[in-house]
Design a binder for this molecule. Structure first.
Ligand SMILES: [Ca+2]
Length: 109
């Protein structure tokens, strides 16, 4: 017979990879077990205790300003068309136009 919280072990107070899943980002103790929540860019896997990468490219959840989506573990980035660069202000998840051709001035020798 379980004696409620008295017999419960808080796995979350233990060691990652030993007492709770090493891929569990935020462990929350429950009576008799534990649950996990995952960092941005990850989702809880069906086992309920580990977090896995979300493939934003496959799911099509990336921004329209991302020319070619490249999945990364925990995030994603983009390949940009000519004259565009990754927008660091947007976590490199979009391409931003850089008018580099207009900024290069021809210098007469
Ligand atoms: Ca990803």
């Amino acid at each position: 017979m379980l004696h409620n919280s008295i017999s419960d072990i808080d796995e979350c107070l233990g060691e990652s990879g030993v007492d709770y899943d090493k891929d569990c980002h935020k462990c929350t103790n429950t009576i008799g077990s534990y649950t996990c929540s995952c960092d941005h860019g990850y989702e809880l896997l069906p086992n309920g205790t580990s977090c896995g990468d979300v493939d934003e490219c496959e799911r099509g959840t990336y921004d329209v300003d991302c020319h070619i989506c490249v999945n990364l573990i925990g995030s994603h980035t983009c390949l940009c068309n000519d004259t565009y660069t990754l927008d660091v202000k947007n976590n490199n998840e979009t391409c931003t136009g850089q008018l580099t051709s207009l900024l290069i001035r021809k210098c007469s020798p």
